[in-house]
Write a protein that binds this ligand. Structure first.
Ligand code: FES
Length: 161
């Protein structure tokens, strides 16, 4: 409030109080609109950034062998998904071995599935397809699924993370 306003307030107290309320309301509405625009902008920008930069969904690697279950839990040509040290993995059992891959699609980070009849790893998001070795067969994934070493000891499956 400047000198003139103070003088005005002394002479006409109701007039200036009303103007202070009007200014205050205007500031409030201005702040409300700017806040709303900021929230709307964040709601549009954050999903766009999430789309542009792939989701990694990887936790800190624990290192070493970790038990993930029994061999008998997975039928031949079956699969199992596990989370190990914050990383999503897909285990595949063939007649000769168990394989473990990151279950995070290398395109935009969706969780992959196992198509048993076709014996392929598929991504439900954009129809990415990987073979039994994690290599890209078709679709937009730019690189193979990272593979993890597997050991079967006394009927138990261990994976290196
Ligand atoms: S996220 Fe897997 S194909 Fe796009």
């Amino acid at each position: 409030m400047n000198e003139r306003d103070r003088n005005n307030a002394a002479e006409h107290p109701s007039c200036c109080r009303a103007r202070e309320k009007t200014v205050s309301r205007r500031d409030f509405i201005d702040l409300f609109i700017k806040g709303g625009l900021l929230v709307t902008l964040a709601g549009m920008v954050l999903p766009a950034l999430n789309y542009i930069w792939p989701v990694t969904r990887r936790g800190p690697g624990a290192g070493g062998l970790q038990e993930v279950g029994k061999l008998d839990d997975i039928p031949v040509w079956g699969f199992k998904k596990v989370t190990l040290a914050g990383s999503a993995l897909i285990l595949l059992r063939t007649p000769n071995e168990v394989k473990a891959f990151s279950a995070i699609c290398t395109h935009l980070g969706c969780i992959v599935d196992w198509d048993g009849p076709k014996r392929q790893i598929t991504c439900p998001c954009h129809a990415g397809v990987f073979d039994l070795n994690g290599r890209v067969v078709s679709g937009p994934p730019p690189k193979p699924l990272p593979e993890h070493a597997v050991k079967v000891i006394d009927g138990k499956i261990f994976v290196t993370v």
